[in-house]
Design a protein around this ligand. Structure first.
Ligand code: NAX
Length: 327
């Protein structure tokens, strides 16, 4: 039997946490033959609720779940973890300045970075979900210098999956037949969902949809604004789809992407596609042997170029704002 993998979920008493921990315990993230030990972290006001989640995990009697650590102590939460899924953060509340929200998250990610650096297992891989996801991941990278940058990522897979879903609905085909959409840039409304290289079967999505106005307009805004549309409908933000996307992200990272398929991940830019190096930016990536690689050589037309640059600019501004919160 395989040794259990320790998976940390921060913000585990929240909405996404509640959807995510049973998926992990059921093998959705790491496969049906991989035992797991869940580490769940939240803040003291949520301690009782967190304990309730632990009780439910016990009650669910998951065969793969070999242990649960539920704690409000960051060091205990981070100790020995192989995977860290960072869902906890400070949400923007009505009337709050962007700088104030950034400042709260910078201080959270700074301290959690240090705890991971000191106490996580060697080669721990990190996925940041909490917003501003790209910039939180960047802060985490800065304050955990011994964790290789290759091991730090943020979630744009939900946006990627939303793009697959929109194309599948439009064409009336199974979502599993749609491949190789791309989310470029920030997990925000400036992200660029790109279908220029996407296919259904062996046919380009552009040819099949044959409606450039829709692909260059409504499709893009629908994906960009989908989070807001879910909030409007549910009065709560996306949770099951976010949890599912987090599982997809980690599964593909660890177990590899299928031949001929890429996915979108927010990763440390090396300057590929003229995206400024040193940002955490969403790129098309393939994964093998636990490592992601940015897909190279895709043609970027003029329309796309502007959109790649716009979202990069927003990330550079966020980075500057985050650094201004440090001083
Ligand atoms: P909730 O408010 O339901 O849960 C957040 C949890 O984090 C709470 O239980 C809170 O107590 C906890 N928390 C706060 N500070 C903490 C800290 N310092 N350490 C540990 N835990 C802490 O939010 P939820 O709907 O679960 O969303 C979580 C985060 O995901 C938010 O930042 C949200 O904006 C972000 N999202 C990111 C998405 C993505 O695709 N990257 C999509 C979904 C989601 O909007």
């Amino acid at each position: 039997a395989k040794d259990p993998v320790r998976v940390l979920v921060t913000g585990a008493a929240g909405q996404i946490g509640y959807a995510l921990v049973p998926m992990i315990a059921r093998g959705v993230m790491l496969g049906p033959d991989q035992p797991v030990i869940l580490h769940m972290l939240d803040i003291p006001p949520a301690a009782e609720s967190l304990n309730g989640v632990k009780m439910e995990l016990v009650d669910a009697a998951f065969p793969l779940l070999k242990g649960v650590v539920a704690t409000t102590d960051v060091v205990e939460a981070c100790t020995g973890v192989n995977i860290a899924v960072m869902v906890g953060g400070f949400p923007r509340k009505e009337g709050m300045e962007r700088k104030d929200v950034m400042s709260k998250n910078v201080s959270i990610y700074k301290s959690q970075a240090s705890a991971l650096e000191k106490h996580a297992a060697a080669n721990c891989k990190v996925l940041v979900v909490a917003n501003p996801a790209n910039t939180n991941a960047l802060i985490l990278k800065e304050f955990a210098p011994s964790i290789p940058e290759k091991n730090i990522s943020c979630l744009t897979r939900l946006d990627h999956n939303r793009a697959l879903g929109q194309i599948s609905e439009r064409l009336g085909v199974q979502v599993s037949e749609v491949k190789n959409v791309i989310i470029w840039g920030n997990h925000s409304s400036t992200q660029y969902p790109d279908v220029n290289h996407a296919t259904v079967g062996d046919k380009p999505v552009r040819t099949l949809v044959a409606d450039d106005a829709w692909l260059n307009g409504e499709f893009i805004t629908t994906v960009q604004q989908r989070g807001a549309a879910i909030i409007k409908a549910r009065k709560l933000s996306s949770a099951l789809s976010a949890a599912s996307a987090a599982c997809d992200h980690i599964r593909d990272w660890f177990l590899g992407t299928p031949q001929g398929t890429w996915v979108s991940m927010g990763v440390y830019s090396d300057g590929s596609y003229n995206v400024p190096a040193g940002l955490i930016y969403s790129f098309p990536v393939t994964c093998a042997n636990g490592e992601w690689t940015i897909v190279q050589g895709l043609h970027i037309d003029e329309f796309s170029r502007k959109k790649l640059d716009l979202t990069a600019e927003e990330l550079s501004e966020e980075k500057a704002l985050a650094y201004s919160c440090l001083s």
